[in-house]
Design a protein around this ligand. Structure first.
Ligand SMILES: [Zn+2]
Length: 93
């Protein structure tokens, strides 16, 4: 008799399935898909940030005399050209 009762209990759907409405099931599937997509985007951003170099704070200079393009520290207002020695202002893009 005990075997018959356990078999009936196994055939019956679990209470969690009975309590859920189709709308809830659709919402749960949507939430799971959205969560997985969000995790993939977060992982992609994390990997991209690890591989790409940090943006440099240096200023870009373009020599007025020889058109040589070079960089210098961000706190320098006028920088000497390493090619011809002329002082230049930072290049504005
Ligand atoms: Zn120069």
């Amino acid at each position: 008799m005990a075997d018959n009762r356990t078999a009936q209990a196994a055939r019956r759907p679990s209470p969690a399935v009975i309590l859920m409405f189709p709308g809830q099931i659709i919402f749960l599937c949507f939430a799971v898909v959205t969560g997985v997509l969000g995790m993939m985007v977060a992982l992609y951003e994390y990997r991209r940030k690890r591989f790409e170099p940090e943006p440099t704070e240096d200023r870009v200079f373009r020599c007025d005399g020889c058109a040589y393009v070079y960089t210098d520290d961000h706190d320098v207002d006028r920088s000497r050209c390493p090619e011809c020695g002329l002082f230049n202002s930072p290049f504005v893009f």
